[in-house]
Design a binder for this molecule. Structure first.
Ligand code: AMP
Ligand code: MN
Ligand code: MN
Ligand code: MN
Length: 306
C-alpha cells in the first residue's frame, strides 16, 4: 500500500516524488475558479504537473483555449467538464466528464441550456439574502464572476466573506447550503443525460468527490449502480474533499465495482479548505486500483514529477 502524504508537507524534491503529475479536476474563471485558464495551467506546470484536465461547472467554453495554451507550455491536456446532476429527487451530485470533445454540439447545447438558469437562481438567492438583512448580494456576487450564466454559490460565498458577513469556512453552513436561509433549490441534469452527453462526445464519466455527499453506504452503492447502468465508468478516489480514510474506502468500493480510479485537486482558489495543489495528486492508496490515467494512454513511467 502506498501511503498518502499531505501535500502541505511536501517541501523538497524527493518528497515530491510521492505525488503524481496528474490532475483531472480543477476550475477556472469559466465557472467558479478564481484564476484564468492561463493562470491555472501555469500554476499546474510550476507545481510539477504534466497531465491536466480543466473541468469547469456545466461548461466546455474554456476548453479550446485551455487546450491551446496547455500545448504552448508543454502540458498534456484533456478536455473536461463537471456536470451538476439532480439524482433521486433532490440530491446534488457532480459528474466529471474526462476527455470530452468540446466541439460536440449536443454536449455544448445541453450545457448552455443547463447554465441558462444560473442567473435566475442567483436573483432568488440575492432576494433571500436581502430578507436576511444582506443587501446588494447580486451585484456583489457578480463582481467575482465573469458571466451571468456562470453565477455560482461560490461567488456569493466570496461576496459574503469579503463583506464580512461570513467566513470561508462557514458561509455555506450559515447561508448557502440546503436548508439554510439563502438556499434556492435547482433541478440540474438527470444522471442519465449527463452521462450520455459525456460518453457520446467521447468522454469518460466519473463520479466527483463521492465522500462529500455524505450518503449512507447503501445510498452511495445505489448511486454507483445507477451510474454504471447509464454507462459511467470512473470514480474519484483522490480529491481535496477526501480524507485519507475516505480515499481508502472509495478505493475499495471502486475495486469491488470495477470502476476506474480518478484523482483531482478540485482546485478553485488558493487559501481554501482544500489541501491538494493544482496539477499534482496523491497516488492511489491501493495497488488493486485501476488508475484512470492508464485508460488515457498514460504510462506509469511517465508519472514522475521533474
Ligand atoms: P452551485 O453549482 O452554484 O450550486 O455551487 C456549487 C459550488 O459551491 C461547488 O462547486 C463548490 O465549489 C462550492 N461549495 C459547495 N459546498 C461548499 C462548502 N461547504 N464550502 C465551500 N464551497 C462549497
Ligand atoms: Mn465549484
Ligand atoms: Mn464538485
Ligand atoms: Mn469541482
Amino acid at each position: 500500500m502506498t501511503e498518502i502524504k499531505n501535500i502541505d508537507n511536501v517541501s523538497n524534491n524527493s518528497q515530491k516524488n510521492f505525488m503524481l503529475p496528474v490532475d483531472f479536476h480543477c476550475h477556472s474563471t469559466y465557472s467558479d475558479g478564481s484564476y484564468s485558464i492561463e493562470e491555472v495551467l501555469n500554476m499546474a506546470k510550476a507545481n510539477g504537473g504534466k497531465y491536466i484536465a480543466i473541468t469547469d461547472h456545466d461548461t466546455v467554453n474554456g476548453v479550446a483555449k485551455a487546450r491551446e495554451y496547455a500545448k504552448s507550455i508543454g502540458l498534456n491536456f484533456f478536455g473536461g467538464v463537471e456536470i451538476s446532476v439532480t439524482w433521486e429527487k433532490n440530491n446534488l451530485v457532480h459528474i466529471v466528464g474526462l476527455n470530452i470533445d468540446e466541439n460536440n454540439k449536443i454536449l455544448v447545447d445541453n450545457l448552455n441550456n443547463l447554465r441558462s438558469n444560473r442567473f435566475k437562481r442567483g436573483e432568488k438567492i440575492a432576494e433571500k439574502l436581502e430578507k436576511a438583512g444582506i443587501p446588494n448580494a447580486l451585484e456583489g456576487a457578480m463582481k467575482y464572476c465573469n458571466s451571468t450564466e456562470a453565477l455560482s454559490r461560490t461567488h456569493f460565498m466570496r461576496f459574503l466573506v469579503d463583506s464580512g458577513y461570513a467566513k470561508a469556512s462557514n458561509a455555506f453552513d450559515k447561508y448557502l447550503a440546503p436548508g439554510k436561509v439563502a438556499y434556492v433549490p435547482q433541478t440540474w441534469a438527470s444522471l442519465e443525460d449527463a452521462i450520455k452527453w459525456i460518453t457520446d462526445s467521447g468522454g469518460i464519466a466519473i463520479i466527483a468527490h463521492p465522500s462529500r455527499y455524505k450518503f449512507t453506504r447503501t445510498k452511495l452503492l445505489r448511486l454507483i449502480d445507477d451510474f454504471k447502468q447509464c454507462g459511467g465508468r470512473g470514480i474519484e478516489v483522490i480529491s481535496s474533499s477526501h480524507s485519507k480514510e475516505d480515499a481508502n474506502n472509495i478505493a475499495i468500493i471502486a475495486n469491488n465495482h470495477d470502476l476506474l480510479c480518478s484523482m483531482g485537486s478540485d482546485f478553485h482558489t488558493i487559501e481554501t479548505f482544500r489541501t491538494i495543489k493544482v496539477g499534482i495528486n496523491h497516488p492511489l492508496p491501493n495497488e488493486q486500483c485501476k488508475p484512470i490515467y492508464t485508460e488515457l494512454g498514460i504510462k506509469h513511467e511517465d508519472l514522475v514529477i521533474s
